[in-house]
Design a protein around this ligand. Structure first.
Ligand code: NAD
Length: 341
């Protein structure tokens, strides 16, 4: 039984708590939030994906802390799950890892690649295991895609496009580009990470975009240059935004064209994944759980069986931030920017 403490009871903290409640190999022993109304459950955050952050914390029988450090230093906590705003990940991630706790950090690993590199080094020297919630690597329909690519099931990928667009989520953290990194670092990072997962670290990126709600980049379109080899690699691109009008909500999708099939994922559909092949279109059955449940199951398994997380490493998560930073530089300069990791 892993005893977990959850720090930060916003949309993601509640989403993770829902996932823990569905399992019998983990017990929530403590929660922390500096806002007493969030800590008591009087005020509840809501999610942007249907089924997310459904339950509150009112009925939880556990310790409650206003100070995240007190939860981290609680001897009854084996694993700390940090769901704080991004700019706090370094401070509390470091505190947790140095206290010897198994540590899960929400994405992005940190606000900057410099901070992320620090966390990678701290995790390398830590007694506990470290994990980053790059949830798309576990998301039903997306892990299917990764397997299809790795197994060469439908031949090589010729082109892939990913799209994740939304209205702005609102709130002081997301409105502040210095703290959140805008849609580029907060939302689009999921697709950047998935591109890295499937196709490796791109040699370079070419991006265009703009700021709207924050001082950072809130809409971005990127071409990932994985295709600079003589044999011709896939043409890969992604669009991310939280500049859409209120009422639009949120959607995520991809269209991947293999040599012998085309796969289309659209979260807005009741059955999101369709495979078009040999003149037939088939809806692929997927796990009903969300990537959040599956990533948490994976990390708990790593802890229980003393295995280092491999599906996503701290280094992968830091590299994803470096790719996003190259995308940001490309938006600013209008130039193709080499990715240096
Ligand atoms: N994986 C995903 O799909 C996904 C989705 C949304 C957000 N996120 C990430 O999760 C993180 C949190 O996002 P969110 O939407 O839950 O944010 P949020 O603003 O809704 O919640 C953050 C919570 O942290 C609390 N808090 C702030 N400072 C604190 C402190 N010093 N000590 C204790 N509590 C403190 C706040 O009171 C708030 O309740 C961000 O890094 C975000 O990028 C990931």
């Amino acid at each position: 039984m892993v005893r977990v403490g959850v720090v930060g009871l916003g949309m993601m903290g509640l989403t993770h708590i829902d996932a823990y409640k569905r399992r019998d190999d983990v017990r929530i022993v403590a929660i922390a939030d500096k806002d007493p109304k969030r800590l008591s459950g009087e005020v509840r955050a809501t999610g942007n994906v249907d089924g997310q952050a459904q339950q509150g914390v009112e009925a939880l029988d556990c310790k409650r802390y206003e100070d995240a450090g007190d939860l981290i230093n609680d001897a009854d906590v084996d694993m700390v799950d940090i769901c704080l705003p991004t700019h706090m990940h370094l401070r509390f991630g470091q505190m947790s890892l140095e206290a010897g706790k198994h540590t899960m950090l929400e994405k992005p690993l940190a606000r900057t690649s410099e901070d992320a590199d620090k966390l990678v080094a701290i995790a390398d020297a830590a007694a506990g295991k470290a994990f980053v919630g790059m949830c798309m690597r576990f998301w039903p329909g997306w892990s299917w895609l990764k397997e299809a690519i790795d197994n060469d099931t439908y031949g090589p990928v010729r082109s892939a496009s990913f799209r994740r667009v939304a209205q702005h989520p609102g709130g002081p953290f997301y409105e502040n580009g210095e703290l959140s990194g805008g849609a580029l670092l907060d939302l689009h990072i999921h697709d950047t990470d998935f591109v890295q997962f499937c196709f490796g670290i791109p040699k370079a990126v070419t991006s265009a975009g703009y700021s709207k709600v924050t001082s950072a980049i809130d809409h971005v379109v990127t071409r990932y240059h994985n295709d600079d080899n003589p044999a011709g690699g896939p043409v890969v691109m992604a669009e991310g935004s939280w500049c859409f009008s209120k009422g639009f909500g949120f959607t995520m999708s991809y269209c991947v064209n293999f040599e012998n099939a085309t796969a289309v994922f659209d979260l807005a559909q009741q059955k999101p994944l369709t495979l078009h092949k040999d003149g037939k279109s088939e809806q692929v059955e997927l796990d009903s759980l969300m990537g959040y449940d599956l990533e948490i199951a994976y990390f708990l398994d790593c802890i229980t069986n003393d295995r280092a997380p491999k599906t996503v490493t701290m280094r992968d998560a830091a590299n994803t931030i470096k790719i996003c930073e190259a995308e940001g530089k490309s938006v600013e300069t209008g130039e193709r920017v080499a990715v240096q990791v």
